[in-house]
Ligand binder design. Structure first.
Ligand code: 4AD
Length: 467
């Protein structure tokens, strides 16, 4: 009988079996008048299909039809799996299909804005091809994003979004195993949740409203609602105005909030357990995907330790100063440039790309952050870094309502818009804390990629709201 399968699954075990596969035409080639080759692609995997008129497997018309199909057209192919003597170049699968039938499913227009083979080349590959005098077009980022459905077909992009899916899955799995409850908080809210200018304002049936900059307020209110430990995976909106390599206007937030029994380091313990389990799992279960990404965008495997270093902010300032950095503000925040510099220093000293910095200056943190009990210029907060860039920020929160409203007022927040939030802490609330992770940033930095747009399916940035 006929077996439907996927191109990525066709291997020697199916030798001599008749299979049915569906894929897109990557290339076609006629050799003489009796033979032709079609390379078919599905989900980043490719297979060579042979049309052989001499052996009477296909007709002359079939050969003509197949070799004239436009690139990216969708076809079904029925054929017999064979194992050639020599290794196959130009396809991922090391077996061939001896074609018996081809069914056209959907034609692609001939003038494609992106050639997928070119879009899949590494920088080194492009250089080499150009030197060899090959005709090819370097596909720039805007062209890719303008034609994202085509761009997504490259093996590296297929792999990136499979890894993203796995990161989300591992996040949920780990937290569920630690007694967290998955929640969904509203994205339409009355006021800004993080303060600052990066908020999208809108009209909510005649009332001013915002798109949530984070689930911050409502994840804390869920702790007031007695869930003890909660997590959320959902969209987060930021009206960023810089077109940086790591800021989007919409991203996926992985958020956690939990009661603290004794010390906010309990929150950092969760980060530690969660991310080590995540990295271990990705390295073990996504080998093929990591290879596919590396082929186009070479990167070093991530270095991380069994126990993640936790540096104090003051210690970090010292490290930077000793390394000759002069523009460090001991009561300010770390700039992108300082973060990178620190990343190098930590890698040298601790041999890890993954580390935490705690006790940030209070002035550098949002209004809801708990000040340090012994020195209010600092706060019970932390950031987590991957390859020298922030992927997480977290903290203990102020659960004392009067202190909270004072801090909010000092930070210029409209108290009216967060009245219900502040009141939530008047009905008895345990100390609590949590953190927020940017999904796209985790994938970008785990895979050593240089731009967050590569890890967002249809990125939204200050210049882009389509496709
Ligand atoms: O540092 P942020 O703004 O912290 C919060 O939203 C807090 N409510 C978190 C908490 O629970 N204390 O954002 C958290 C993370 C950042 O570390 C970063 O990974 C990501 O979200 N992030 C962005 N990712 C893409 N584009 C942007 N514009 C981002 N802004 C923050």
């Amino acid at each position: 009988g006929r077996i439907w399968t996927e191109i990525g699954l066709v291997n020697e075990n199916l030798k001599d079996k008749t299979v049915l596969i569906r894929g897109r035409i990557q290339t076609t080639r006629a050799v003489g008048t009796k033979t032709g080759f079609v390379v078919l692609r599905e989900k980043g995997y490719t297979i060579q299909c042979v049309l052989n008129v001499t052996a009477n497997l296909v007709s002359q018309q079939m050969l003509k039809f197949a070799t004239s199909l436009s690139k990216e057209s969708h076809v079904d192919i029925e054929g017999i799996v064979s194992v050639p003597d020599a290794p196959i170049t130009g396809a991922t699968q090391q077996v061939e299909i001896q074609v018996r039938k081809i069914y056209g499913i959907s034609k692609a227009i001939p003038a494609l804005p992106i050639n997928i083979e070119d879009a899949a080349r590494s920088e080194a590959d492009i250089e080499e091809a150009l030197k060899a005098g090959k005709q090819l077009v370097r596909v720039n980022q805007d062209t890719r994003l303008n034609n994202r459905v085509l761009d997504l077909r490259t093996p590296a992009n297929q792999a990136i979004f499979r890894i993203q899916s796995e990161v989300e899955n591992l996040f949920r799995q780990y937290l569920l195993s630690q007694n967290f409850v998955g929640i969904h908080t509203p994205k339409l809210i009355a006021g800004s949740s993080e303060g600052g200018a990066s908020v999208f304002k809108l009209d909510y049936k005649g009332h001013p409203a915002c798109l949530a900059q984070s689930p911050q307020l409502h994840k804390q209110m869920s702790i007031c609602g007695d869930f003890g430990r909660v997590y959320e995976v959902g969209p987060v909106f930021r009206a960023e105005d810089s077109s940086s390599h790591r800021h989007l206007c919409e991203f996926i937030g992985l958020d956690v909030e939990m009661e603290i029994k004794e010390h906010y380091s309990e929150v950092m313990d969760i980060v530690d357990g969660l991310f080590i389990a995540m990295f271990d799992n990705l390295n073990e279960n996504c080998k093929k995907e990591l290879e596919a990404i590396k082929k186009q965008y070479p990167f070093e495997p991530l270095k991380y330790l069994r126990k993640t270093p936790r540096l104090a902010f003051e210690e970090v300032v010292q490290m930077l100063k000793e390394a000759g950095v002069e523009n460090v503000d001991p009561l300010g925040d770390l700039t992108t440039e300082l973060e990178r510099k620190l990343g190098k220093l930590v890698l040298e000293k601790y041999d890890t790309d993954f580390y935490m910095v705690q006790r940030f200056p209070a002035a550098a943190r949002p209004f809801y952050t708990m000040p340090c009990p012994f020195n209010p210029a600092y706060s019970c907060s932390f950031d987590v870094f991957l390859r020298g860039e922030e992927i997480i920020s977290g903290a203990q929160r102020i659960h004392v309502p009067d202190l909270l409203s004072t801090r909010a007022k000092d930070c210029g927040i409209d108290l009216k818009s967060i009245e219900a939030y502040i009141d939530s802490f008047r009905y008895g609330t345990a100390p609590h804390g949590g953190f927020g992770v940017g999904l796209e940033r985790v994938v970008m930095l785990f895979c050593g990629l240089n731009n967050i747009r590569k890890t967002s399916l249809f990125p939204r940035d200050p210049q882009r709201i389509t496709p």
